[in-house]
Design a binder for this molecule. Structure first.
Ligand code: F6R
Length: 642
């Protein structure tokens, strides 16, 4: 199937900082709706270049990146090769980097990555593929790097360099401190980089400490550079890179001096740029209600004043005089915004029966609602919305929990061994226990878990979940374990969503016919499962929305363990008393395999229950600082309209 690209955003280079909106920016960037759209645009630019070079009978020298950012670009290039005959026969590729030391056969190697995602599926000549060699001996490494650099130069330099950016601001593996003119060399990885790579290595301890990388100078000498930034996790570093001063502490800022670099960003990644975060500072705005609330929250935080104390002068001094003219006076605007936020607060997440619901986030009618809480892993329900979950049950709604994935990969081998040994002691003839004990005792770093081990790990998470849901007052028959197939690879890399996944999601929704669905709208999950689970829900809603029972269904998105909605985004805020906070904590404690040094920790060393308590407390504090009541904690939701 060919893809229509006629309406695509133009990403060709334009000088940054020349327009009103971009006056804070020092690197040309283009913001697209989604990483999918951005990837197709980038792939098209690469394909066009390859073809142009082909017509001129020349080689096309490509600098390529690995990681999560370019995956879709490679997928699209492979599609173009298969469906549109795009040939790679004139392509010579140079990859940015490789872990060191690293075997080519290791599934974590960039060698493996590139072959898996691109080279095995296109007609590039094997001799034209260059990837830093992680097996080179330490004695030969220095010369090897010089040769790599010289080979690029001898071919006339890179025509195009594809980049992602690390949260340290690295490009390639040029970590903070890298020199403007550095060449290909070995480097020690930053702690944040290792923490970000930890999930694919099943723990930070397994992430190599060193790497070989092309230098900043090597990258900068490319004739054209395109850097992709996807997701909210990259927003801070991208703002620093695009708007900050050039500094070795953020090596990507060196790209400010390159005159043919374009950053392609999705909505999340661009969210900290001045023109997106505070557009009123750079230009005149069309003041939608959401933008008004966003601006007033920002002003209140900036001045340290609650809404009701903001003055005309505060607005005028901070680029918001246009808003003031539209609204008449600070007094009126303040009250309006105060009420908007006030109306998000409710202790009745399922709606308050027999109450006037004009200014409540949920409907009063249908006093007993059927509710599905979708939880990507078997603990996100209690971590992200344990307080709201308890209230829904307590207030008599028919609550169902649907765990989308088994979460088996996040159970450590030690934990699994413990349970296998208990089973063995209880039942000495248990063959499965024998098999698990034997496999685990023999397991080495790279081995994928056997079916039995995965089954046991999934069972551990199931029984933890049931303990928690029982504690919150739910009957076991209201707890559903979907075990969506896309997740069941036994490795970090998951399959794409299939029809089976969507069918399973549709079937539970069609069976329960919910009035409310809660789901994780958390796109910052470091290994992406939350995003896939959300995509599965969105696809299912699209399929089912024509059924009359869906007319009454409202979808509320919570955020998982990593981020919270901004105050201006929240459409339902459910406050918790200190006792409810404690109860939620205890519910989380039932997920024992995820306590104390969990496998998918991210770079935050706090345990999940600590993180989420801090976060719920912070949401409450932010509301209080804006002038609303002082609650112990708040869980936050945003409505999704389908
Ligand atoms: C990969 C590379 C790195 C990544 C960066 C972002 O070859 O050189 O600079 O581009 O770490 O990684 P992802 O895309 O996984 O967020």
């Amino acid at each position: 199937m060919s893809v229509d690209v006629s309406n695509y955003t133009d990403i060709s280079y334009k000088e940054p900082g020349k327009f009103e909106e971009t006056r804070y920016e020092k690197i040309h960037n283009v913001i697209v709706d989604s990483s999918n759209e951005g990837s197709l645009i980038v792939a098209r630019e690469i394909a066009d270049l390859i073809k142009r070079k082909q017509q001129a009978n020349k080689n096309c020298i490509l600098g390529l990146a690995t990681g999560s950012s370019p995956i879709k670009v490679y997928e699209e290039l492979v599609r173009m090769h298969k469906e549109e005959g795009l040939s790679f026969s004139n392509v010579v590729s140079f990859n940015l980097d490789e872990y060191y030391p690293m075997d080519k056969s290791n599934i974590q190697s960039y060698y493996y990555f590139m072959h898996e995602h691109l080279f095995n599926h296109v007609d590039i000549l094997p001799e034209n593929v260059n990837i830093p060699d992680g097996t080179i001996s330490t004695e030969d490494l220095y010369q090897y790097c010089i040769d790599y650099e010289m080979k690029i130069k001898s071919l006339g330099g890179l025509d195009f360099q594809l980049l992602g950016i690390g949260r340290t601001g690295h490009i390639g593996f040029n970590e903070p401190g890298s020199h403007f003119n550095s060449g290909t060399r070995s480097i020690t990885l930053d702690h944040i980089t290792r923490a970000d790579a930890a999930p694919s290595f099943l723990g930070i301890g397994n992430v190599p400490r060193k790497a070989i990388t092309m230098g900043v100078g090597t990258v900068r000498s490319a004739k054209r550079i395109v850097l992709m930034g996807w997701g909210i996790n990259k927003a801070e570093i991208l703002k620093e890179t695009i708007e900050g001063e050039i500094t070795p502490q953020v090596p990507a800022t060196y790209l400010q001096e390159h005159n043919n670099t374009t950053f392609v960003l999705d909505q999340g990644a661009s969210s900290e740029l001045t023109r997106i975060k505070t557009p009123w500072i750079v230009t005149s705005c069309v003041w939608t209600n959401t933008l008004k609330l966003k601006a007033v929250v920002w002003l209140s935080e900036l001045t340290g004043k609650p809404f009701l104390k903001l003055t005309d002068k505060d607005y005028n001094n901070n680029g918001m005089s246009g808003l003031l003219t539209e609204e008449g006076s600070a007094y009126h605007l303040n009250i309006k915004m105060f009420n908007t936020l006030q109306h998000t607060i409710t202790g009745w997440p399922g709606g308050k029966p027999n109450a006037d619901d004009t200014n409540r986030p949920e409907r009063a009618n249908i006093p007993k609602k059927r509710v599905i809480i979708f939880s990507p892993h078997p603990d996100d329900d209690v971590i992200s919305m344990g307080g709201t979950f308890e209230r829904l049950v307590e207030q008599g709604h028919d609550v169902h929990i649907a765990y989308q994935t088994s979460g088996n990969i996040a159970v450590s081998d030690e934990e699994a061994l413990k349970f296998a040994e208990i089973s063995k002691s209880l039942s000495p003839d248990c063959k499965e226990a024998d098999a698990v004990i034997e496999t685990l005792n023999k397991k080495t770093g790279n081995d994928v878990d056997s079916q039995e081990v995965r089954k046991l790990k999934a069972l551990i998470r199931r029984s933890e979940s049931l303990a928690a849901t029982r504690y919150l007052g739910l009957n076991d028959e209201n707890v559903h374990f979907l075990d969506l197939p896309f997740y069941e690879t036994g490795t970090i890399k998951k399959n794409n969503l299939s029809q089976d996944d969507i069918d399973m999601m549709c079937s539970i929704i069609a069976h329960i016919k919910p009035h409310q669905i809660y789901a994780a709208g958390d796109l910052a999950d470091p290994h992406g499962t939350h995003k896939v689970c959300l995509d599965a829900l969105f696809e299912s809603l699209e399929k089912l929305k024509h059924n009359s029972y869906m007319d009454d269904c409202w979808v509320w998105l919570y955020r998982g363990a990593w981020h919270e909605w901004e105050s201006y985004e929240i459409e339902m805020a459910v406050p918790m008393s200190p006792d409810q906070v404690l109860k939620k904590r205890h519910a989380i404690f039932y997920h024992q395999s995820q306590k104390d040094g969990v496998m998918f920790q991210g770079d935050d060393s706090r345990e999940f229950w600590v993180r989420v308590e801090d976060r719920n407390r912070l949401t409450a504090k932010k509301y209080n600082d804006l002038g609303l009541a002082d609650y112990a904690a708040i869980e936050a939701f945003k409505r999704y309209h389908f």
